[in-house]
Design a protein around this ligand. Structure first.
Ligand SMILES: Cc1cc2nc3c(=O)[nH]c(=O)nc-3n(C[C@H](O)[C@H](O)[C@H](O)COP(=O)(O)OP(=O)(O)OC[C@H]3O[C@@H](n4cnc5c(N)ncnc54)[C@H](O)[C@@H]3O)c2cc1C
Length: 401
């Protein structure tokens, strides 16, 4: 079946739904959102605990309620939300091949918004050796297994080890304990606030060296920085954090990716290198909170509307890179309009001195108050990206303590 729509949004998480809501409300025409899972709402759908802002009465909002609210808003604005539909590849510019319950489809759009999110790197991608037993999860998989919306919840196990020290590791510990699972230890390579994990022992400066067990996990060998090893008996291990954008569609189109994030390079208006194709949300940078992803979806809608209005696609911007202990910066390209920069440190930085430079000239230099943590990004307001020479070399964002 061949069809045409005005805007095709791939991914019905917070970012895709927010983009679709604004576009449909602004009269962008036929706005269709595709979701490969059987329900729309993205990752928050599986996070059944507060942490997603507040409801209309100021009460804490959990993930499923946040997801339901986002889906309702998109439908009310007039967008079409289709579930169980996967975008599998490109048939040409702005034309996607889909697999739907009713069969194969080919849909052409005037604009495509990629909002396919991110996932945590599984054990295989982290190159942890050992056999391949059951009981090895990411925290996203753990949330899915224990989601109250599941008709048949699967038993997780009895004794678990959590790998990682970021807030998502704390959530995994809470989820496991709420499911009646004993958490034997948290294993973290970097520095960690032990108190955040309550009574659970935290092994700092330690990595998982091997998994044991056939059929079901029976234990993990951990190795400290000094080389000493120990084997912890457990039937479940949960790998947390370490995000990789779901960038398969972006790569299939040949969109350039940013080395630091592995998400598609966009300018400050979420335009990729391909005219008519936008990218938003965790696809751009991995583990940011849902409101950040939704704000990007809303912001991208303005640029989509400009395109539908016939405004030209700008020529390529100046690439942005990081130097020093910074993991990544977005957007990956800067144009004539100053935009905020989202920066993620590689490690904990106390009152860091941040700089923005181009061709050896420092454009901005400011010491930030407070501490930057590797699990939290810092948003630098638009003044940080002003004064860039569009004909110059890469813009470099650096940090030192
Ligand atoms: C364990 C965990 C706990 C979290 N806790 C919090 C929290 O407490 N508070 C908070 O604010 N944030 C939290 N987050 C982060 C939050 O979930 C994300 O910020 C948010 O979901 C990102 O939105 P997104 O739309 O970019 O991506 P996603 O929510 O990942 O949505 C992307 C959607 O695209 C779909 N998709 C992908 N590829 C295709 C395709 N080819 N065709 C069709 N559909 C496709 C996916 O199925 C998915 O539903 C948590 C995340 C995790 C993993």
């Amino acid at each position: 079946m061949n069809r045409t729509v005005d805007v095709l949004v791939v991914g019905a998480g917070p970012a895709g739904l927010a983009a679709a809501t604004r576009l449909a409300a602004a009269g962008a025409g036929r706005v269709e959102v595709l979701e490969r899972e059987r329900a729309a709402g993205g990752v928050p759908r599986h996070c059944a605990r507060p942490g997603f802002g507040a409801d209309a009465l100021g009460g804490p909002l959990d993930g499923p309620a946040y997801a339901r609210r986002a889906v309702r808003a998109a439908l009310r604005a007039g967008a079409t939300v289709r579930t169980g539909v996967s975008a599998t590849g490109w048939a040409g510019p702005l034309t996607l091949d889909l697999t739907a319950p009713s069969g194969l489809e080919r849909v052409r759009a005037r604009a495509v918004v990629l909002a396919t999110g991110a996932r945590e790197r599984p054990r295989s991608a982290r190159l942890v050796p050992g056999s391949r037993p059951a009981g090895v999860l990411t925290s996203g998989e753990l949330q899915r297994l224990t989601a109250p919306s599941r008709r048949w919840r699967e038993p997780v196990g009895k004794r678990a080890v959590v790998v990682g020290g970021e807030p998502v590791a704390r959530n995994a510990v809470r989820t496991l304990r709420a499911a009646g699972v004993e958490v034997v230890a948290v294993v973290a390579e970097g520095r960690v606030r032990r108190a955040a994990f309550g009574p659970v022992p935290v092994l700092v400066g330690t990595a998982v060296a091997e998994l044991h067990g056939r059929g079901r996990l029976t234990g993990v060998t951990v190795q400290a920085g000094d080389g000493r090893t120990a084997t912890l008996r457990c039937d479940t291990v949960v790998f947390t954090g370490d995000w990789i954008p779901d960038h398969e569609l972006a790569r299939a189109y040949g969109l350039p990716l940013v080395p630091g994030t592995r998400g598609p390079a966009t300018d400050g208006a979420f335009r990729t290198a391909e005219p008519g194709v936008f990218a938003v949300g965790n696809l751009l940078h991995g583990g940011e909170p849902a409101p950040v992803a939704a704000a990007e979806g809303r912001a991208a809608a303005d640029a989509v509307l400009a395109l539908l209005d016939g405004r030209p696609w700008p020529t390529r911007g100046v690439p942005v890179e990081t130097a020093g202990p910074l993991r990544w910066v977005t957007p990956g390209l800067l144009g004539p309009v100053s935009v905020p920069l989202l920066v993620r440190p590689e490690r904990r930085l106390v009152r860091p001195l941040l700089t923005v430079g181009q061709d050896g000239v420092v454009l901005r230099r400011e010491r930030l108050d407070g501490t930057l943590a590797p699990w939290r990004s810092v948003r630098l307001p638009p003044r940080w990206s002003s004064g860039v020479d569009l004909a110059g070399g890469p813009v470099v964002v650096g940090a030192e303590e």
